[in-house]
Design a protein. Structure first.
Length: 162
């Protein structure tokens, strides 16, 4: 396994599909767990400790509302933690974003966009971290970016053939 993914509740599983599908597309293995920073703190600690023992390399934590999960995890480990704010409240995820991005100095959490696009970007950021020591993965990421660029150009060309 390379990546640990934690979500705060069962309700977050739908959003996190962007993360899991992106990791699968690149052939990266992961563990996915539901664990709350508030309701199951001891279990969260055990999962993070296990990830370190298993030599996982990156943790992605997605949470809504108060969104303490990424910060709590970052306080427990020196592994890179990527926080994904989810739209789980009347504030449309802004509360989650502010909670994750406003970490105190010394406890870093890389933070992505709110919701599904943030979940995809969390996977891509994790892939970039893993690619630092994996040349084949670096090439896959370069190809992915090239294909994205080509799809935009192709769409523009089709639009302007009229």
């Amino acid at each position: 396994m390379d990546v640990l993914i934690l979500v705060g509740s069962k309700n977050d599983l739908n959003d996190i599909e962007g993360t899991t599908e992106t990791l699968k597309k690149f052939g990266i293995s992961y563990e996915l767990h539901i664990s709350s920073a508030h309701r199951t703190l001891k279990r969260t600690m055990e999962i993070v400790e296990s990830a370190e023992k298993e030599k996982l390399k990156v943790i992605i934590a997605a949470a809504g509302m108060s969104a303490h999960l990424p910060g709590v995890i970052a306080a427990m480990t020196v592994l890179p933690v990527i926080g994904v704010p989810l739209n789980a409240s009347a504030l449309n995820g802004l509360d989650s974003l502010m909670s994750i991005v406003q970490m105190p100095g010394g406890i870093p959490v890389a933070t992505t966009a709110i919701g599904k696009s943030g979940c995809v970007n969390a996977a891509l950021l994790a892939l970039s971290i893993l690619a630092l020591s994996d040349g084949a993965l670096t090439e896959k990421l370069k190809q992915y970016r090239k294909e994205m660029s080509e799809s935009v150009i192709k769409a523009d060309e089709e639009l302007n053939k009229k």
